[in-house]
Write a protein that binds this ligand. Structure first.
Ligand code: AMP
Length: 286
């Protein structure tokens, strides 16, 4: 597996792979890799002739006061994981390679970025769109793989690619969970044992949402209230510390809906201790 540090090498590497009409899959990450990330590399291996991953903790998607400085960095293990998952290369740029002094252009995110995460992290998707579009230019692959774990991010990137005519196929990949249901996340490393136990109420609330939906519940507000009640915990205080949102919305626009006669998704963002966790579940059509 090639380890690439410069933008020039990165572009040349991908163009070389693309000779002979080969397909190349891109897997952008911020490192601290787990099996969720590696599932994207494996999905790319099944779909494409070659796979290039990236590791870059993108400062522009963190607001002041968020966890940029303490974001986990596990580079040696990440490289070993990518190698065993079958990546052909990993691009690990310095901050200056991506944002040289004077760099001042940003992508304005699409409408679907405005709700949910957009309300609680108002500058987040501008940073995400900017880095992802830059990566699409630096590594001109045929496909890019993104996890449904970051459901709104996936919608935002699909809209950006459509609106800006980017010539790349976006491939959504399912959420990988630990056996007890917790969605894998680099930020799970921040949780102590007790907090990790409490974090299970996110996936429990989403399972309840799906059960209610499959049981015929038509009112999104009822499901939202049930999710909030599970997230709030019981007398033994098994809940989260705070809820940013627990919402059932249209799965394309992420706008509120008045009843569940259309494709919908349940999404949660909540804090356990100082760790902010997100998770979601698509409510499939019956
Ligand atoms: P991150 O390193 O958090 O920026 O994530 C990089 C990519 O991995 C994104 O496309 C995420 O949606 C995806 N990802 C993160 N966690 C999971 C998971 N548990 N299952 C599937 N994909 C994931």
């Amino acid at each position: 597996m090639q380890i690439i540090h410069t933008t020039k090498q990165a572009r040349e590497f991908v163009w070389n792979l693309r000779r002979n009409d080969s397909t190349v899959g891109l897997v952008p990450t911020m490192g601290a890799l787990h099996d969720g990330h590696l599932s994207l590399v494996q999905a790319s291996g099944r779909r494409c002739d070659h796979t290039v991953a990236t590791i870059f903790v993108n400062p522009t998607q963190f607001a002041p006061g968020e966890d940029l400085q303490k974001y986990p960095r596990t580079l040696d293990a990440d490289i070993a994981g990518l190698r065993s998952a079958g990546a052909d290369a990993v691009f690990i740029p310095d901050q200056d390679q991506i944002y040289p002094p004077g760099c001042s252009t940003f992508v304005k995110p699409p409408d679907v970025a405005e709700t949910l995460e957009g309300e609680f992290r108002p500058t987040h998707f501008q940073g995400v769109c900017t880095i992802v579009l830059k990566l699409f230019h630096l590594l001109p692959t045929t496909h890019a793989f993104f996890g449904e774990k970051d459901f709104q991010q996936l919608c935002v990137i699909q809209a950006m690619v459509r609106d800006l005519d980017v010539d790349i196929e976006i491939v959504p990949c399912p959420i990988v969970r630990d056996p007890d249901g917790l969605a894998m996340s680099s930020r799970n490393r921040y949780l102590n044992d007790r907090q990790r136990q409490r974090a299970l109420c996110l996936s429990a609330a989403l399972r309840q949402a799906e059960q209610a939906y499959l049981g015929g519940e038509q009112n999104p507000k009822t499901i939202e209230n049930q999710m909030r009640s599970i997230l709030s915990g019981d007398d033994q205080n098994n809940g989260v510390d705070s809820i940013d949102y627990a919402a059932v919305v249209d799965s394309k626009t992420l706008q509120p809906i008045s009843d569940l006669d259309q494709p919908a998704v349940a999404l949660i963002a909540a804090r356990v201790g100082s760790t902010r966790l997100i998770d979601n579940r698509v409510l499939c059509a019956r």
